[in-house]
Write a protein that binds this ligand. Structure first.
Ligand SMILES: Nc1nc2c(ncn2[C@@H]2O[C@H](COP(=O)(O)OP(=O)(O)OP(=O)(O)O)[C@@H](O)[C@H]2O)c(=O)[nH]1
Ligand SMILES: [Mg+2]
Length: 466
C-alpha cells in the first residue's frame, strides 16, 4: 500500500458507508431513516452479487457447452465402434475406464472359450464329413486330434457349460445361445459387478468382488481355465489343428476377441485384463447406447462427452435414425475388409456393405449439415491380410492389376468413398478420412484428441453456440 493511501484510511477509521452516517447521508437524517437506507444498500449489494454470480455461472455454462462433445458412431457390425468408444474413455476419462476393468475380465474369458469352441467345431466338421480325406495326425501333445476329438470335447465340456450359463445371464433375450451380446441399457455391467455411478458418499466406486455379483463358483471360468491352460495351449499349437483351420479358411487371428496367443497369461487365477485386452475384448452391441462422461483432467476438465454407440448389424440400422439429430459429427467406421463377408449375411462382402452404408449416410437429408469423419479402421488387419498375399483383385475384380500393397489399396478405396461423399452429400462438405487401428491405444489417443479439437472448432464456426 502506498503512503498516500495509508493516510486516507487513517483519516476515516470507520469508513464503512453502511455503518457511518457521514457517507452520502442526507442532512437531518434520522436514526430510523439511516437504518432503512443502510438496509436498502445492503440489499442492492446482495442483488448485485447474485447477478454477478449468475452471470458467472452462465458464462461457465456457455464455456462448458462450447466444449461439450457430441458424436455418433456409425458403421457395420464389428467395424470397431465400441472399440473407439473405449479409446475415447481411456484417453479422456481414464478413471471411468479403470472402474470398468474388472467386468472386462469375464468378457475376455468368454472370448477365449468361444475361440476354443470354433476350433473344436472345425475339427468336428473335418472329421465328421466322410468325403473329406483325413490328414495324418501329428505326434503332438494331443496325440492326434482326429482320434481324440471326443475325449478333447469332453475335457472342455465344463468350460462350455459355464459359457452357456454366462451367456444366458448376460444375453437372456438373444435367441442364439452362443452369441455374446448385450442389449443397450440391459445393465450387464451392473450384473457383472460394476456399480455404474459414484457411491453416494462421493467416494470413487470400486467394482464389487465376484462373490457379490452374478459370478459365483459355478459359473466363474477362472479356475477351469487355469486347470486347462496346458490343454488349450496344446490344442492351439497342434500342427494338425493349424492345418485344418488353414484348410477350412478359418483365420482365428483375424477374428474379433482373439486371445489364443495369450492363454498362458490369461488362464491363471490372478489374471487381470490389461488396457489392450479391454480394447480387444469383443461383445456385440444390440440397440443404441448413449454414453455420457466428463473429461477428467487438463484444461478441459469437466467438459461433457456424449457418445452414441449403435449396434451395426443390418437389421438394426433403421433404429439409428432418431439419433441423427443434435450431433456435432458422425464418426463412420469402415474397415477395408475386402476379403470378408458379413456375419449376418455371408453373401455380402464387408467392404461393399460399408460402401453402400456410407453412400446412404452421405445422402441422408437429415445429416446434410453433419460433419462426417471416416475412419478406415483395422489397418493392422489390412496390413496382415496383404502381407499374407491375399489378392484384392480376387475379391474386387475392378481393382485390376494395381499393386497389391497397402498404399495402393488404401488410395483406391479412399477414392471410392470420396466419390460417394462428393456425389451424394446434399451440400458440399469437407471429406475427412483417417486410417486407424483401434487396438493401437497410443496412436488412437493422439488421433482422438485431434479429432475432438477439430470437431469442436468446426462446431463453433458453424455458429451453433450462441
Ligand atoms: N485388429 C483389430 N481389431 C479391432 C480394431 N478395431 C476393433 N477391433 C476389434 O474388432 C472387434 C469388434 O469391434 P467392436 O468395437 O466391438 O465393433 P462394433 O462396431 O462395436 O460392432 P457391433 O457392436 O456389432 O456393431 C473387437 O474385438 C475389437 O477389439 C482394429 O483396428 N484392429
Ligand atoms: Mg459395438
Amino acid at each position: 500500500m502506498k503512503a498516500k493511501d495509508k493516510v486516507k484510511v487513517a483519516s476515516f477509521p470507520s469508513a464503512n458507508p453502511f455503518t457511518t452516517k457521514w457517507s452520502g447521508a442526507p442532512p437531518n437524517e434520522t436514526e430510523e431513516e439511516a437504518q432503512v437506507r443502510v438496509k436498502l444498500m445492503q440489499e442492492a449489494v446482495r442483488v448485485s452479487k447474485e447477478i454477478d454470480q449468475s452471470l458467472n455461472e452462465a458464462r461457465k455454462a456457455i464455456e462448458k457447452k462450447k466444449k461439450a462433445f457430441k458424436v455418433l458412431l456409425l458403421g457395420q457390425s464389428e467395424s470397431g465402434k465400441s472399440s473407439v468408444l473405449k479409446n475415447f474413455q481411456l484417453a479422456f476419462a481414464p478413471k471411468h475406464f479403470e472402474e470398468e476393468r474388472a467386468i472386462w475380465k469375464i468378457i475376455v474369458q468368454l472370448n477365449l472359450i468361444a475361440s476354443i469352441r470354433t476350433i473344436l467345431d472345425a475339427l468336428k466338421d473335418e472329421y465328421e464329413t466322410p468325403s473329406v480325406p483325413q490328414p495324418t495326425p501329428t505326434e503332438s501333445s494331443l496325440r492326434g486330434p482326429a482320434h481324440n476329438l471326443r475325449r478333447i470335447r469332453l475335457g472342455f465340456s465344463p468350460l462350455f457349460f459355464i459359457e452357456t450359463n454366462l451367456i444366458k445371464i448376460l444375453s437372456p433375450d438373444i435367441s442364439d445361445p452362443r452369441e455374446l451380446c448385450v442389449r443397450a441399457g440391459s445393465g450387464w455391467k451392473e450384473l457383472l459387478g460394476h456399480r455404474g455411478k459414484r457411491a453416494a458418499d462421493g467416494q470413487e466406486s470400486n467394482d464389487r468382488p465376484r462373490s457379490q455379483t452374478v459370478i459365483n463358483n459355478e459359473n466363474d471360468p477362472t479356475n477351469v481355465l487355469s486347470a486347462q491352460k496346458g490343454d488349450i495351449i496344446a490344442l492351439w499349437e497342434d500342427q494338425t489343428v493349424q492345418d485344418i483351420l488353414r484348410k477350412r479358411g478359418i483365420r482365428l487371428e483375424d477374428q474379433s476377441g482373439f486371445f489364443m496367443n495369450d492363454v498362458a497369461r490369461i488362464a491363471t487365477p490372478e489374471y487381470q485384463p490389461t488396457d489392450s485386452d479391454i480394447i480387444r475384448a469383443r461383445i456385440r452391441t444390440v440397440g443404441v447406447e448413449e454414453h455420457h462422461f466428463l473429461v477428467e483432467r487438463g484444461v478441459d476438465a469437466n467438459s461433457d462427452f456424449y457418445i452414441t454407440d449403435v449396434g451395426g448389424t443390418r437389421s438394426q440400422r433403421a433404429s439409428w435414425v432418431p439419433y441423427f439429430d443434435d450431433v456435432q459429427a458422425i464418426l463412420f467406421l469402415a474397415p477395408l475388409a475386402f476379403n470378408q463377408s458379413l456375419e449376418e449375411d455371408s453373401r455380402v462382402n464387408r467392404l461393399e456393405d460399408s460402401l453402400t452404408l456410407w453412400r446412404d449416410i452421405c445422402g441422408n437429408k437429415l445429416l446434410a449439415t453433419a460433419n462426417l469423419i471416416l475412419f478406415f479402421n483395422k489397418k493392422d488387419v489390412l496390413n496382415a491380410t496383404l502381407a499374407a498375399g491375399v489378392s484384392v483383385k480376387k475379391f474386387v475384380p475392378s481393382y485390376g492389376n494395381l499393386p497389391n500393397d497397402v498404399p495402393h489399396v488404401t488410395k483406391y478405396f479412399k477414392e471410392k468413398f470420396r466419390n460417394y461423399h462428393r456425389k451424394m452429400s446434399p451440400m458440399a462438405r469437407p471429406f475427412m478420412c483417417y486410417e486407424t487401428s483401434a487396438i493401437d491405444i497410443t496412436s488412437m489417443a493422439v488421433l482422438l484428441m485431434g479429432v475432438r479439437e477439430s470437431i469442436l472448432r468446426q462446431h463453433l464456426r458453424d455458429g451453433d453456440i450462441i
